[in-house]
Design a protein around this ligand. Structure first.
Ligand SMILES: O=P(O)(O)OC[C@@H](O)[C@@H](O)c1c[nH]c2ccccc12
Length: 321
């Protein structure tokens, strides 16, 4: 926990970035109202990498969202949304049933590193195909600017009656996004340790718990893993093989982090998700041997003519529900 001085600084909003830097976080936040990226850059200088740029855009976007849908209203609609489905339970059960890591299949149109992955993009059709072919859970990208996703896609998939629990794949920087995700039908949200301080993560975990949402906490390096393991109440950790700062993908990242922390993770009953850059049964077996119980896969499925059938190709066998 923060000491009183740090808490005071945090509350006054003066040195969020100093506190973040102390925790090894390289992404700086702007944290003040701004109408445009030009305005942010005038104060902060140029973003240091793509993740920092995404986050600065996200701060502007959240302010606009808040103006359109005030927090109290969003909290109210989150409270009225149909109940959450058990994201963690669905992964654990599918892993046990199939003997391979449970699949979180991602509804992903584009990415900043690869551009458009699929021209003819129907989120509901893709989600239904994933479900039919044994995905345990789905991940729906909601970022518009960099991934061509939307909260509307999330809502559409939920309303179409897809039963797999849904992860809202968003760059969360503000609690408003968590309530909004729940209001639009999410069962889980992503929290990225490279962006959020320990206090942010603890606070957002509390909100998730109140809403019945599962949090998937994403780490990419040693320091982030250590920080997240020191936080109580974490159920799901995603190890991203892709650096969101450089786009470099290296599946041995999952292995390295689990060699060191696997025991602590198992003791706590935390389930690990291997994320990004998985294309074939060898890749899946590699991260499975490293200790993951689930995998998060977008590109290799969404790029194929039939993303549902692509699942059997990825695992080397059909998955069953
Ligand atoms: O398309 P891939 O390489 O299979 O990766 C999927 C998923 O891991 C990736 O989209 C992702 C992981 N963490 C993120 C955070 C934000 C946006 C996207 C991501």
């Amino acid at each position: 926990m923060l000491n009183a001085v740090e808490l005071g600084q945090w509350e006054s909003g003066k040195s969020v970035n100093d506190i973040a830097a102390c925790q090894g976080i390289r992404i700086r936040r702007h944290c003040r109202p701004a109408a445009s990226m030009a305005e942010v850059e005038a104060e902060m200088g140029a973003p240091r990498n793509i993740l920092e740029k995404i986050i600065w855009d996200k701060e502007i976007e959240v302010a606009q969202g808040l103006a359109r849908n005030p927090l109290e209203e969003v909290i109210e609609s989150a409270g009225k949304a149909p109940p959450t489905r058990d994201f963690y339970g669905a992964l654990a059960a599918a892993h046990k049933r199939n003997g391979v890591p449970a699949l979180i299949a991602e509804v992903k149109k584009a990415s900043p590193s690869k551009g458009v992955l699929r021209e003819n993009f129907d989120p509901v059709q893709i989600a239904q195909a994933y479900e039919k072919h044994g995905a345990a859970c789905l991940s729906i990208l909601t970022d518009e600017k960099y991934f061509q996703g939307s909260f509307e896609n999330l809502q559409k998939v939920r309303k179409a009656g897809v039963k797999c629990p849904l992860l809202c794949k968003e760059f969360v920087v503000d609690k408003w996004q968590i309530y909004y995700a729940r209001a639009m039908g999410a069962d889980a949200v992503l929290l990225i340790a490279a962006v959020l301080t320990d206090l942010d993560i603890k606070y957002f975990l509390r909100i998730c718990k109140e809403l019945g949402l599962t949090a998937l906490i994403e780490v990419h390096d040693e320091r982030e893993m250590e920080r997240v393991l020191a936080i109580n109440g974490v159920q799901l950790i995603g190890i991203n093989n892709r650096s969101l700062e450089t786009f470099i993908v290296d599946t041995s990242n999952t292995k390295t982090l689990l060699e060191k922390h696997g025991d602590a993770i198992r003791e706590k009953g935390i389930l690990v998700v291997g994320e990004s850059g998985l294309f074939n049964p060898d890749d899946v077996a590699y991260v499975q041997n490293a200790g993951v119980s689930a995998v998060l896969v977008g590109e290799s499925l969404v790029k194929q003519a039939d993303p549902g059938r692509a699942i059997a190709g990825l695992f080397g066998k059909e998955l069953v529900h």
